[in-house]
Each structure stands twice: as C-alpha cells, then as structure tokens.
Design a protein. Structure first.
Length: 50
C-alpha cells in the first residue's frame, strides 16, 4: 500500500480549528483528517466515473 502525501498535518489542523473556536486533541485531528481525505477520494472517484 502506497503512503499518501498529505499537506495538512494534525498539528496544523488543530491550530486552524482553534483559530475558529473549535478545540480538538491531536488524536481527534488525526481522525478528522482521515475522514476528510477519504471523503475527498470518494468524491474524486465518483466524479471521474461520471
């Protein structure tokens, strides 16, 4: 399995979310990013198939 290159780190996600008043832990940020990348991949896959 190929390792994905991700431009947003969990640390950066925590900082961005804090700027908007949402406090999350580093572990929660990892889960959020995993979810967002999966949704983005599904969206791209679906768009390409159309």
């Amino acid at each position: 399995m190929q390792k994905e290159k991700r431009s947003i780190t969990p640390e950066k996600a925590v900082k961005i979310l804090q700027e908007y008043g949402t406090i999350v832990s580093l572990e929660e940020a990892k889960i959020i990013l995993d979810f967002m990348y999966k949704i983005a991949k599904l969206s791209l896959d679906q768009y390409i198939k159309v």
